[in-house]
Ligand binder design. Structure first.
Ligand code: GLA
Length: 380
């Protein structure tokens, strides 16, 4: 990823002038609480030291020019207010979707010249798209001096995904990218959007392994999981699963389709685990965190059915090394992507070695390892 100075130079080369602003928004890793956000539940993500940088300058007309250095140096241009879905270059839809959501709130904004550079691996479950949306919104907020706070920006990013891109995601990714705090994870209540920061003890690493596997139909599988959750909420005459208790679900088990029952069971139990994980993190209780993260993984594997054999294999290899000294599970939307382990720094070298050789031996694929720490959100 082009750093500040570099992206400024790229901008000068591209547009023959200096940018008015350079901004950064991070990607994220979710420690626990997956597929709970769109059910008004709890999540515990952290912003990470991978993200998107944007250099931007105002224009007097309505033209938006974007040069995406790390998307094969592609570029796009469009007129603000004449948005269209780009069938070929999907990254353009994040720009259009975000600016459409933004102009609906701030009708006076105009065009911009933009250079984007990012290093969040795409399609790996580390929120490259949310970091892109939040960086863009932050960049626009800066040059047009918009009164846009992080929570509002997160909502606009989510609107871009839901209404323009066509992914019915929740708010987690955008919110942590906007409001994450350095060295902290964030317990977010996705219903009220109230959040609290939880210090990640200094000696722990966010050890992320990319399976480099991405199953097809991810968006449609994701959207169908969401619909299944909504069906169960409707069965109980509620707007979301947040208002359904585990007891109610168990009592209705006989009347529910088994798949729907298991989907809802995952969500309800995951909410409990996520709140408990906050307490475990705050108390530096790694044995408890380990138990909760593994239970989360099994629930996502067996009840929510969003893991793959490769991800399950990675989780087992890591678990065999760390035991109760740390936690490990799949992270993000699933269907491939990454595994997150929260582990003492002292285990990182051994883990890297084991993961790489074991994974290659079992699946004949190279895994990528990212040893991350929690960073600051774009609006914090
Ligand atoms: C994706 C979505 C998020 C969330 C996770 C699963 O990352 O963008 O909103 O639903 O999947 O927890």
């Amino acid at each position: 990823m082009a750093q500040c100075k570099e992206i400024e130079q790229l901008f000068v080369k591209q547009f023959g002038k200096f940018p008015d602003a350079v901004v950064h928004a991070p990607g994220r890793v979710n420690i626990i609480g997956d597929h709970t956000d769109y059910n008004d539940g709890f999540v515990l993500p952290a912003a990470i030291n991978f993200g998107t940088n944007i250099a931007i300058a105002k224009r007097e007309d309505m033209l938006v020019n974007v040069y995406a250095h790390d998307c094969e140096q592609q570029s796009t241009e469009f007129i603000l207010n004449q948005f269209y879905f780009d069938e070929v270059n999907s990254w353009c839809n994040y720009v259009q979707g975000s600016l459409q959501a933004l102009i609906n709130e701030f009708p006076l904004i105009k065009g911009a010249d933009i250079v984007v550079s990012g290093n969040v691996p795409q399609g790996a479950g580390l929120s490259s798209s949310a970091s892109f949306e939040i960086a863009l919104l932050k960049a626009y907020a800066k040059i047009y001096r918009l009164s846009l706070d992080g929570v509002k920006a997160a909502k606009l990013g989510q609107i871009a995904e839901n209404e323009f891109v066509g992914c019915n995601c929740g708010i987690m990714d955008q919110l942590i990218s906007a409001m994450g705090k350095s060295e902290h994870a964030m317990l977010l209540d996705c219903r009220t959007l109230a959040f609290q920061d939880a210090l990640i003890p200094e000696e722990l690493s966010l050890f992320i392994v990319n399976s480099n596997v991405k199953r097809g139909l991810v968006d449609s599988e994701y959207n169908s999981r969401r619909e299944q959750c909504e069906q169960v909420a409707q069965y109980f005459n509620q707007n979301s699963l947040r208002d359904v208790s585990l007891d109610e679900l168990e009592n209705a088990r006989e009347n529910l389709d088994d798949t729907l029952y298991r989907r809802a069971k995952h969500v309800l139990t995951e909410n409990v685990r996520t709140e408990q994980a906050l307490a475990a993190l705050n108390g530096n209780n790694l044995a408890k965190l380990s138990e909760l993260m593994y239970a989360s993984h099994l629930s996502l594997q067996q009840d929510f059915e969003v893991t793959t054999p490769e991800i399950d294999g990675l989780v087992m290899s890591i678990k065999n090394v760390i035991g109760q000294q740390g936690g490990v599970r799949m992270t993000g939307g699933g269907f491939g992507g990454c595994v997150i382990a929260v582990v003492p720094d002292t285990l990182v070298n051994e883990l890297t070695e084991v993961v790489k050789t074991e994974y290659k031996r079992q699946f004949n694929i190279e895994a990528d390892v990212y040893c991350c720490h929690a960073t600051q959100g774009a609006f914090r």
